[in-house]
Design a protein around this ligand. Sequence first.
Ligand SMILES: [Zn+2]
Length: 274
Amino acid sequence: MIAVVGVLGALGLAIGSFLNVVIYRVPNGLSVVRPASACPGCDTPIQGRDNVPLLSWLLLGGRCRSCRMRISARYPAIEAVTGLAFVGVALVFAPAIVTADSPAKAVAAALVLGALLYFAAISVALTMIDVDVHRLPNAIVYPAYPVLAVALVAAAIVGGEPGALLPALIGAAGSLLFYFILAFAYPGGMGLGDVKLAGAVGMLLGFFGWPQLAVGVAAAFVLGGIFGVVLIAIRRGGRKTGIPFGPWMLLGAWIGIFAGEPLAQAYLTLVGIR
Ligand SMILES: [Zn+2]
Protein backbone atom coordinates (compact mmCIF):
# COMPACT_ATOMS: atom_id res chain seq x y z
CA MET A 1 0.00 0.00 0.00
CA ILE A 2 2.82 2.39 0.89
CA ALA A 3 4.48 1.50 -2.42
CA VAL A 4 1.27 2.31 -4.34
CA VAL A 5 0.95 5.70 -2.63
CA GLY A 6 4.65 6.40 -3.31
CA VAL A 7 4.39 5.49 -6.98
CA LEU A 8 1.25 7.61 -7.43
CA GLY A 9 2.92 10.51 -5.60
CA ALA A 10 5.87 10.33 -8.01
CA LEU A 11 3.42 10.11 -10.92
CA GLY A 12 1.72 13.25 -9.55
CA LEU A 13 5.05 15.11 -9.52
CA ALA A 14 5.69 14.12 -13.15
CA ILE A 15 2.16 15.09 -14.20
CA GLY A 16 2.52 18.37 -12.29
CA SER A 17 5.59 19.06 -14.43
CA PHE A 18 3.48 18.47 -17.55
CA LEU A 19 0.69 20.68 -16.12
CA ASN A 20 3.16 23.58 -15.98
CA VAL A 21 3.37 23.26 -19.76
CA VAL A 22 -0.42 22.89 -20.10
CA ILE A 23 -1.12 25.93 -17.87
CA TYR A 24 1.11 28.16 -19.99
CA ARG A 25 0.41 26.83 -23.48
CA VAL A 26 -3.27 25.77 -23.64
CA PRO A 27 -4.72 29.29 -23.05
CA ASN A 28 -2.39 30.54 -25.81
CA GLY A 29 -3.56 27.85 -28.24
CA LEU A 30 -0.08 26.28 -28.39
CA SER A 31 0.79 22.57 -28.66
CA VAL A 32 1.58 20.93 -25.34
CA VAL A 33 3.93 18.46 -27.06
CA ARG A 34 6.11 20.59 -29.35
CA PRO A 35 8.47 22.30 -29.07
CA ALA A 36 10.26 20.91 -26.00
CA SER A 37 10.45 23.27 -23.02
CA ALA A 38 13.17 25.92 -23.19
CA CYS A 39 14.40 28.61 -20.84
CA PRO A 40 12.41 31.81 -21.50
CA GLY A 41 15.60 33.80 -20.86
CA CYS A 42 18.14 32.19 -23.18
CA ASP A 43 16.02 29.75 -25.25
CA THR A 44 18.29 26.85 -24.28
CA PRO A 45 16.24 23.62 -24.44
CA ILE A 46 15.84 22.14 -20.95
CA GLN A 47 17.80 18.88 -20.70
CA GLY A 48 16.39 15.73 -19.14
CA ARG A 49 18.54 15.98 -16.02
CA ASP A 50 17.25 19.54 -15.44
CA ASN A 51 13.64 18.49 -15.97
CA VAL A 52 13.25 16.23 -12.91
CA PRO A 53 10.20 17.55 -11.03
CA LEU A 54 10.99 19.49 -7.85
CA LEU A 55 14.58 18.16 -7.54
CA SER A 56 16.06 19.96 -10.55
CA TRP A 57 14.67 23.30 -9.42
CA LEU A 58 16.09 22.77 -5.92
CA LEU A 59 19.51 21.55 -7.15
CA LEU A 60 19.84 24.47 -9.56
CA GLY A 61 18.85 26.94 -6.84
CA GLY A 62 15.84 28.09 -8.86
CA ARG A 63 17.97 29.29 -11.78
CA CYS A 64 18.56 28.31 -15.43
CA ARG A 65 21.75 26.22 -15.84
CA SER A 66 22.86 28.26 -18.87
CA CYS A 67 21.98 31.88 -18.21
CA ARG A 68 21.29 31.76 -14.44
CA MET A 69 17.94 33.52 -14.93
CA ARG A 70 15.55 33.04 -11.99
CA ILE A 71 12.93 30.36 -12.54
CA SER A 72 9.70 31.09 -10.63
CA ALA A 73 9.00 28.97 -7.54
CA ARG A 74 5.52 28.54 -8.99
CA TYR A 75 6.77 25.66 -11.21
CA PRO A 76 8.02 23.39 -8.39
CA ALA A 77 5.02 24.50 -6.29
CA ILE A 78 2.57 23.22 -8.93
CA GLU A 79 4.54 19.96 -9.13
CA ALA A 80 4.44 19.59 -5.34
CA VAL A 81 0.70 20.36 -5.13
CA THR A 82 -0.10 17.83 -7.86
CA GLY A 83 2.10 15.22 -6.15
CA LEU A 84 0.38 15.85 -2.79
CA ALA A 85 -3.07 15.73 -4.43
CA PHE A 86 -2.23 12.33 -5.93
CA VAL A 87 -1.01 11.09 -2.54
CA GLY A 88 -4.21 12.33 -0.87
CA VAL A 89 -6.44 10.64 -3.45
CA ALA A 90 -4.37 7.43 -3.23
CA LEU A 91 -4.51 7.32 0.59
CA VAL A 92 -8.30 7.58 0.61
CA PHE A 93 -9.29 5.66 -2.52
CA ALA A 94 -6.54 3.08 -3.22
CA PRO A 95 -7.31 0.87 -0.17
CA ALA A 96 -10.68 -0.05 -1.75
CA ILE A 97 -8.74 -1.86 -4.50
CA VAL A 98 -6.94 -4.06 -1.96
CA THR A 99 -9.93 -4.71 0.31
CA ALA A 100 -12.37 -5.46 -2.56
CA ASP A 101 -14.08 -8.84 -2.07
CA SER A 102 -13.97 -9.74 -5.78
CA PRO A 103 -11.67 -9.04 -8.75
CA ALA A 104 -14.52 -7.15 -10.46
CA LYS A 105 -14.93 -4.83 -7.47
CA ALA A 106 -11.14 -4.26 -7.42
CA VAL A 107 -11.24 -3.24 -11.10
CA ALA A 108 -14.16 -0.90 -10.38
CA ALA A 109 -12.24 0.70 -7.48
CA ALA A 110 -9.18 1.13 -9.73
CA LEU A 111 -11.34 2.86 -12.36
CA VAL A 112 -12.72 5.26 -9.71
CA LEU A 113 -9.15 5.94 -8.51
CA GLY A 114 -8.10 6.66 -12.12
CA ALA A 115 -11.05 9.04 -12.63
CA LEU A 116 -10.12 10.93 -9.44
CA LEU A 117 -6.42 11.21 -10.35
CA TYR A 118 -7.46 12.60 -13.75
CA PHE A 119 -9.86 15.02 -12.04
CA ALA A 120 -7.06 16.09 -9.65
CA ALA A 121 -4.77 16.87 -12.60
CA ILE A 122 -7.36 18.95 -14.47
CA SER A 123 -8.36 20.65 -11.19
CA VAL A 124 -4.80 21.97 -10.79
CA ALA A 125 -4.56 23.04 -14.45
CA LEU A 126 -7.99 24.72 -14.58
CA THR A 127 -7.48 26.49 -11.24
CA MET A 128 -4.19 28.04 -12.33
CA ILE A 129 -5.47 28.99 -15.81
CA ASP A 130 -8.64 30.54 -14.35
CA VAL A 131 -6.55 32.56 -11.86
CA ASP A 132 -4.10 33.59 -14.61
CA VAL A 133 -6.43 34.51 -17.47
CA HIS A 134 -10.01 34.13 -16.10
CA ARG A 135 -10.83 31.32 -18.51
CA LEU A 136 -11.61 27.61 -18.38
CA PRO A 137 -10.41 26.40 -21.80
CA ASN A 138 -12.71 24.06 -23.75
CA ALA A 139 -9.63 22.04 -24.69
CA ILE A 140 -9.48 20.86 -21.05
CA VAL A 141 -13.17 21.02 -20.02
CA TYR A 142 -14.75 19.16 -22.98
CA PRO A 143 -12.59 15.99 -22.79
CA ALA A 144 -13.48 15.74 -19.07
CA TYR A 145 -17.01 14.60 -20.04
CA PRO A 146 -16.08 11.48 -22.08
CA VAL A 147 -13.10 10.61 -19.85
CA LEU A 148 -15.13 10.73 -16.61
CA ALA A 149 -18.25 9.20 -18.20
CA VAL A 150 -16.35 6.20 -19.60
CA ALA A 151 -14.48 5.58 -16.32
CA LEU A 152 -17.58 5.97 -14.12
CA VAL A 153 -19.93 3.93 -16.36
CA ALA A 154 -17.32 1.16 -16.59
CA ALA A 155 -16.76 1.27 -12.80
CA ALA A 156 -20.51 1.09 -12.08
CA ILE A 157 -21.15 -1.79 -14.49
CA VAL A 158 -18.02 -3.83 -13.68
CA GLY A 159 -18.57 -3.28 -9.95
CA GLY A 160 -22.21 -4.40 -10.24
CA GLU A 161 -23.61 -1.09 -8.98
CA PRO A 162 -25.27 0.56 -11.99
CA GLY A 163 -27.51 2.45 -9.53
CA ALA A 164 -24.72 5.02 -9.01
CA LEU A 165 -25.18 6.19 -12.60
CA LEU A 166 -28.61 7.79 -12.05
CA PRO A 167 -27.37 10.32 -9.45
CA ALA A 168 -24.34 10.93 -11.70
CA LEU A 169 -26.64 11.77 -14.60
CA ILE A 170 -28.88 13.93 -12.41
CA GLY A 171 -25.78 15.61 -10.92
CA ALA A 172 -24.49 16.47 -14.42
CA ALA A 173 -27.81 17.71 -15.80
CA GLY A 174 -28.82 19.48 -12.58
CA SER A 175 -25.47 21.28 -12.22
CA LEU A 176 -25.49 22.35 -15.88
CA LEU A 177 -29.01 23.76 -15.49
CA PHE A 178 -28.26 25.42 -12.12
CA TYR A 179 -25.09 27.15 -13.35
CA PHE A 180 -26.75 28.08 -16.65
CA ILE A 181 -29.55 29.86 -14.75
CA LEU A 182 -26.96 31.61 -12.53
CA ALA A 183 -24.90 32.72 -15.54
CA PHE A 184 -28.11 33.99 -17.15
CA ALA A 185 -29.27 35.81 -13.99
CA TYR A 186 -25.85 37.27 -13.03
CA PRO A 187 -23.91 37.64 -16.30
CA GLY A 188 -21.06 39.43 -14.47
CA GLY A 189 -20.57 36.75 -11.83
CA MET A 190 -20.67 33.44 -13.66
CA GLY A 191 -19.19 32.72 -17.07
CA LEU A 192 -20.07 30.18 -19.74
CA GLY A 193 -16.82 28.38 -18.88
CA ASP A 194 -18.17 27.79 -15.37
CA VAL A 195 -21.42 26.41 -16.82
CA LYS A 196 -19.53 24.00 -19.10
CA LEU A 197 -17.32 22.74 -16.26
CA ALA A 198 -20.27 22.37 -13.85
CA GLY A 199 -21.76 19.39 -15.73
CA ALA A 200 -18.57 17.32 -15.50
CA VAL A 201 -18.12 18.20 -11.81
CA GLY A 202 -21.78 17.38 -11.08
CA MET A 203 -21.45 14.01 -12.82
CA LEU A 204 -18.46 13.03 -10.66
CA LEU A 205 -20.07 14.27 -7.42
CA GLY A 206 -23.37 12.54 -8.19
CA PHE A 207 -21.55 9.26 -8.82
CA PHE A 208 -20.31 9.31 -5.21
CA GLY A 209 -23.78 10.05 -3.86
CA TRP A 210 -26.33 12.71 -2.96
CA PRO A 211 -24.46 14.03 0.15
CA GLN A 212 -21.28 14.46 -1.92
CA LEU A 213 -23.23 16.26 -4.67
CA ALA A 214 -25.04 18.59 -2.27
CA VAL A 215 -21.95 19.41 -0.18
CA GLY A 216 -19.71 19.72 -3.27
CA VAL A 217 -21.99 22.29 -4.93
CA ALA A 218 -22.79 24.18 -1.71
CA ALA A 219 -19.14 24.35 -0.59
CA ALA A 220 -18.20 26.14 -3.83
CA PHE A 221 -20.64 28.96 -3.09
CA VAL A 222 -19.76 29.17 0.61
CA LEU A 223 -16.01 29.40 -0.15
CA GLY A 224 -16.44 31.72 -3.13
CA GLY A 225 -18.81 33.89 -1.13
CA ILE A 226 -16.49 34.18 1.87
CA PHE A 227 -13.58 35.01 -0.44
CA GLY A 228 -15.64 37.71 -2.20
CA VAL A 229 -16.72 39.28 1.10
CA VAL A 230 -13.10 39.27 2.36
CA LEU A 231 -11.91 40.92 -0.86
CA ILE A 232 -14.49 43.68 -0.50
CA ALA A 233 -13.69 44.07 3.23
CA ILE A 234 -9.98 44.60 2.61
CA ARG A 235 -10.95 46.86 -0.33
CA ARG A 236 -9.05 44.83 -2.87
CA GLY A 237 -12.11 44.65 -5.05
CA GLY A 238 -15.56 46.13 -5.50
CA ARG A 239 -18.81 44.34 -6.18
CA LYS A 240 -17.96 44.20 -9.86
CA THR A 241 -14.48 42.72 -9.48
CA GLY A 242 -14.38 39.62 -11.64
CA ILE A 243 -13.49 36.79 -9.29
CA PRO A 244 -12.85 33.52 -11.11
CA PHE A 245 -15.33 30.93 -9.85
CA GLY A 246 -13.70 27.81 -11.36
CA PRO A 247 -11.22 27.34 -8.48
CA TRP A 248 -14.07 27.47 -5.91
CA MET A 249 -16.17 25.02 -7.91
CA LEU A 250 -13.23 22.60 -8.01
CA LEU A 251 -12.19 23.06 -4.37
CA GLY A 252 -15.84 22.64 -3.34
CA ALA A 253 -16.03 19.43 -5.37
CA TRP A 254 -12.99 18.00 -3.55
CA ILE A 255 -14.54 18.85 -0.19
CA GLY A 256 -17.67 17.01 -1.36
CA ILE A 257 -15.68 13.98 -2.52
CA PHE A 258 -13.55 13.69 0.63
CA ALA A 259 -15.99 14.87 3.32
CA GLY A 260 -19.46 15.06 1.74
CA GLU A 261 -21.03 12.39 3.90
CA PRO A 262 -19.91 13.60 7.39
CA LEU A 263 -20.51 17.27 6.46
CA ALA A 264 -24.03 16.54 5.18
CA GLN A 265 -24.74 14.56 8.36
CA ALA A 266 -23.39 17.37 10.56
CA TYR A 267 -25.52 19.92 8.71
CA LEU A 268 -28.70 17.85 9.07
CA THR A 269 -28.00 17.39 12.78
CA LEU A 270 -27.34 21.12 13.18
CA VAL A 271 -30.64 22.17 11.64
CA GLY A 272 -32.38 19.45 13.66
CA ILE A 273 -33.63 17.25 10.81
CA ARG A 274 -31.74 14.15 11.96
ZN1 LIG B 1 18.38 30.40 -19.52
